[in-house]
Design a protein around this ligand. Structure first.
Ligand code: ARG
Length: 466
């Protein structure tokens, strides 16, 4: 942020009613210019559409419209090149731009605010801003999904232990495990799209709260700005921030998914697991312990999830007691929203870059899957298929597992004679059942972990992304 001018000389846009200038402290406390300059591009877009409509209904002359268009173009360039002088006295992005426009084009600039209030103006700006950001986030979700697909494809046949209660449960394909995150992100993308659909309605025209006494054409402004329609109720239009809350809820879920993924990457990278290694460029070392390679990126993603959850709660709390219609409280919507946007966008982008650099230690995954009696359920199912009721099969296999524990071996390492002790129904064909591959391949239905099913799921997923 550049220096904010504050020489105390300029009268405020609303100072006509006041007998003394606003206190310096109050000026600083109530201004939003420290953060809302981020809305400038959208404020200009909104103003251009509004001015075009005012001309179409005969309120602005052709000359005034031309001047406003030229002036706003100059301002846009000044802002983009960092030349624009933002002033604290002018409170917010809207009044800064309006004042500069008037300095550039005279009375035409003063006419722009006809039939409009900052209340419907700011509501329009945030919707335009968020719509733009959501489009970028949807693209980033897709980019991450596609890097997950690439890794999953390489590992459809890689066996790892699947866990419940963080204890070895049943063998799964590593590709299948990765595809679980694809599914979470698929829902995230759909939720973002859904949120975008509901926010894409135009508040402008609600003016301060009750609508405007000019014969405005809101539908034409909505068309010009790419909105699907207009907000139906003027009071709701200026006070509603549901879309910001919904967005934060969607963003909190994206972060929750990335945080769970992070937790797994961190565990898998721990030497106790040793399943994966992250590329060096995504890790950091320790200034004291030379042996360390720390998974800082996943840890930070996990940590940043907390702030997005916090922003969701902040916005819900911001809105919960506000009477209709606009209240200055609403100015507090921006910083949480901006930070949620930035955090979720950056986290998605860094994840999409990090995934392709993951190195997988297939042997370590295999060993871990072989150690935890991961095929015990398969043995029970085998006995059921030979006619034993499931509960009895469960009991027989539990005894076999206890026996193995005493011997320090896996079920697959028992001799036929030993296995026969637990059930006379066990014969040679049990060998295939006790292998990790046999276990994987037997779960051969849509949604199951059989490598053929995983490859089919990846194919379907790929075409859904196209
Ligand atoms: N800076 C204000 C905001 O962010 C703009 C709207 C101000 N409107 C008002 N009546 N004070 O909400």
């Amino acid at each position: 942020m550049q220096d904010l001018k504050n020489d105390g000389s300029a009268p405020k846009a609303w100072s006509g009613r006041f007998s003394e200038p606003v206190a310096e402290l109050v000026q600083r406390y109530t201004a939003s210019i420290h953060f809302d300059t981020r809305l400038a591009e959208f404020d200009i877009q909104g103003s251009l559409a509004h001015a075009t409509m005012l001309h179409a209904i005969g309120i602005l002359s052709r000359d005034d419209l031309d001047s406003i268009e030229k002036g706003l173009q100059t301002i846009r360039e000044e802002i983009r090149s960092g030349q624009f002088q933002w002033s604290l006295e002018l409170e917010d992005v809207h009044l800064n731009i309006e004042k500069r426009l008037t300095a550039l084009v005279g009375d035409a600039g003063k006419r722009l605010h006809t039939a409009r209030s900052r209340n419907d103006q700011v509501a329009t700006d945030i919707r335009l801003f968020l719509r733009h950001e959501i489009d970028g986030i949807i693209e980033s979700i897709k980019a991450l999904q596609s890097s997950i697909l690439d890794l999953a494809e390489q590992h459809a046949d890689t066996v790892m232990p699947g866990f419940t209660h963080l204890q070895v449960a049943q063998p799964v394909s590593f590709g299948h495990h990765l595809m679980a995150y694809f599914e979470m992100l698929r829902r995230d993308g759909a939720r973002m799209k859904d949120c975008r659909g509901r926010l894409n309605m135009l508040p402008l025209g609600a003016a301060a709260l009750a609508g405007s006494s000019y014969p405005i054409n809101r539908e034409s402004v909505a068309d010009m700005l790419g909105f699907d329609g207009v907000c139906e109720n003027s009071l709701d239009a200026v006070s509603d921030r549901d879309f910001a809350i919904e967005f934060c809820a969607c963003a909190a879920l994206v972060m929750t998914h990335l945080s769970r993924f992070s937790e797994e990457l961190i565990l898998w990278m721990n030497p106790g697991f040793g399943f994966i290694d992250l590329a060096d460029r995504f890790c950091t070392g320790s200034s004291i312990m030379p042996q360390k390679k720390n998974p800082d990126v996943p840890e930070l993603v996990r940590g940043k999830t907390g702030r997005v959850n916090g922003h969701l709660v902040a916005l819900l709390t911001l809105m919960k007691s506000q009477p209709l219609a606009y209240n200055k409280d609403n100015q507090e919507d921006k910083e949480p929203l901006f930070d949620a946007v930035d955090t979720v966008s950056a986290s998605l982008r860094i994840y999409a870059e990090m995934i392709p650099g993951i190195k997988v230690d297939k042997d370590a995954m295999r060993k871990a899957a072989s150690r935890g009696y991961a095929t015990a359920t398969d043995l029970a199912d085998y006995l059921v298929k030979k006619g034993l009721p499931f509960r009895d099969a469960h009991e027989a296999v539990a005894k076999a597992v206890r026996y193995c524990e005493g011997r320090g071996c896996d079920l697959g390492e028992l001799s036929m004679a030993e296995l026969g002790e637990f059930s006379p129904l066990i014969s040679e064909d049990v060998r295939e059942v006790l292998t990790l591959e046999g276990s994987l391949m037997s779960r051969n239905h849509i949604g199951g972990t059989a490598p053929a099913q995983v490859r089919a799921a990846i194919l379907r997923a790929r075409s859904s992304l196209a």
